[in-house]
Design a protein around this ligand. Structure first.
Ligand code: PFF
Length: 455
């Protein structure tokens, strides 16, 4: 059977941008920026994605397209008889774990999108008088009921299942072709509304004028972590997607467009959130993920013109971003099951998604009824996020770089970047240097730092 391929260059770009742009850009980025000093963090993040993000992404693309297999198969094909396939196994397990909690948040997004459409989100709640209390009560009421969030999570798992059953080009590519342009249009509309608010300038300045004294070692480490998370690196995702790229796709150009789009989305999100918060006098509100997106932002919307419409657009944006990312996370496991275990695509999709129903239900419950159940002082939700983001992701990224830089044939990277000599690739040498030396050294630093900091 012929391997799957993306049908068009635009489609492969949309799908890869769709994978990169996700909750990491909209939920994690503003929180990291706020925690690490505003514009100074933005600057560090830009340096990280340019210096490290592009080369590591190219290493994953090269591995996927040269190996033309799932994220375990590529290691088996390129280095048969070695144990490198174990890295592939980690890269299959990690997205599966991420999905278990990512789906819970995607479920909340879905529920909030529906409540903004029905207007429920802005209904007053008994006992809550100020806007702040109303939206805190809404979130509390929602996550405290065990069933609603689980049903919403299962609904989005079924939506993902439906997309994946459609296949690579008719499912993933088609979805991304619709969702990605929608996401950019919605962001531009929200951005122009936020920037036209009186007093928006203070938020813009905080976000864009760097205070260099805020550049600290922990901020550098956070920027590196954010770069990996937001570009979908170290997850087997880009290896799997690149294995569906046609031979004449230009990897360097693709990586630059993906990285630039991810940065653009983060910038635009910052230009919506920070000006809107300063304009509504809410700049001191909590910015941590859940609180920001599901409490502070509805509060901001309530003070903005066209409240209902702004909320619908925002949650639509968040849902589009999350959906195209979870689809990419799931595709890693689907490709693995199809190619390693010879399952049909339909069976692989079912085996990938069905176990996530109970797993994500447990994650969802860990937010409400099981809040007291902790392992190493963390809820199940926090534990999954902690292990994957802090350890598995950098571990896979470093291994891919060492594999492509030192174990695979020396010509692999250059051949892939130049499409076997058909293109001139001026950045091949710097990319090679980063992949062989800089990236493994820096990622090792992140791992050691995390270990030392967290004991
Ligand atoms: N890059 C996407 C995001 O930023 O949300 C999806 C994602 C991929 C998240 C890999 C986390 C991850 F480890």
């Amino acid at each position: 059977m012929a391997r799957n391929q993306f049908a068009s260059k635009l489609g492969l770009l949309a799908a890869t941008v769709g994978s990169a742009v996700g909750l990491g850009n909209i939920w994690r980025f503003p929180a990291e920026t706020a925690d690490n000093g505003g514009a100074a963090f933005l600057l560090l993040y830009i340096v990280c994605i340019a210096v490290l993000g592009i080369p590591v992404m190219l290493a994953e693309f090269a591995l996927g397209r040269a190996g033309r297999s799932d994220s375990v198969g590529v290691f088996r094909k390129i280095a048969p008889g070695t144990k490198w396939w174990i890295v592939g196994i980690v890269s299959v397990v990690a997205p599966f774990m991420i999905n278990a909690y990512y789906f819970v948040v995607e479920g909340w997004t879905f529920e909030y999108l529906i409540s903004s459409v029905t207007g429920n989100l802005f209904e007053p709640i008994e006992g809550a008088t100020t806007n702040s209390e109303i939206f805190a009560a809404h979130m509390q009421q929602y996550i405290a009921s065990p069933w609603m969030p689980i049903l919403a999570t299962w609904a989005v798992i079924f939506i993902n299942m439906f997309v994946l059953l459609g296949g690579v080009s008719k499912g993933i590519e088609r979805l991304s072709n619709i969702m990605m342009p929608t996401l950019f249009v919605v962001l531009l509309v929200l951005c122009s509304v936020a920037l036209s608010l009186p007093d928006a300038g203070a938020g813009v300045e905080w976000f864009l004028a760097p205070d260099f004294s805020k550049i600290t070692f922990p901020a550098v480490i956070s920027a590196l972590g954010q770069a990996f998370f937001s570009l979908s690196l170290g997850m087997g995702i880009l290896v799997t997607y690149a294995s569906y790229y046609p031979e004449d796709a230009r990897l360097t150009r693709t990586s630059v467009v993906v990285v630039a789009s991810s940065l653009l989305v983060a910038l635009l999100v910052g230009l919506v959130i920070f000006p809107a918060m300063s304009a509504t006098g809410l700049q001191d509100q909590a910015l941590r993920g859940t609180t920001l997106v599901f409490r502070t932002l509805p509060e901001v919307f309530a003070l903005m013109p066209a409240t209902g419409l702004c909320a619908i657009l925002f949650f639509l944006l968040l849902f589009a971003a999350a959906l195209t990312s979870t689809v990419s996370l799931l595709e890693v496991t689907v490709a693995f099951l199809v190619e390693r275990l010879n399952l049909s695509r339909r069976a692989a999709v079912l085996w990938t998604t069905l176990p996530l129903l109970p797993l994500s239900a447990v994650c969802s419950l860990s937010f409400s009824s099981m809040e007291h159940v902790t392992i190493f002082g963390m809820t199940i939700f926090e534990l999954l996020d902690y292990i994957t983001s802090n350890y598995l992701l950098p571990l896979v990224a470093i291994s891919v770089c060492i594999f492509v830089g030192w174990v695979a044939p020396r010509s692999l990277l250059r051949d892939q970047l130049s499409n076997h000599g058909r293109l001139r690739c001026r950045i091949a040498t710097p990319v090679e240097l980063v992949v062989r030396y800089l990236a493994p050294a820096l990622v090792l630093l992140i791992l050691v730092w995390n270990l030392v900091r967290n004991g």
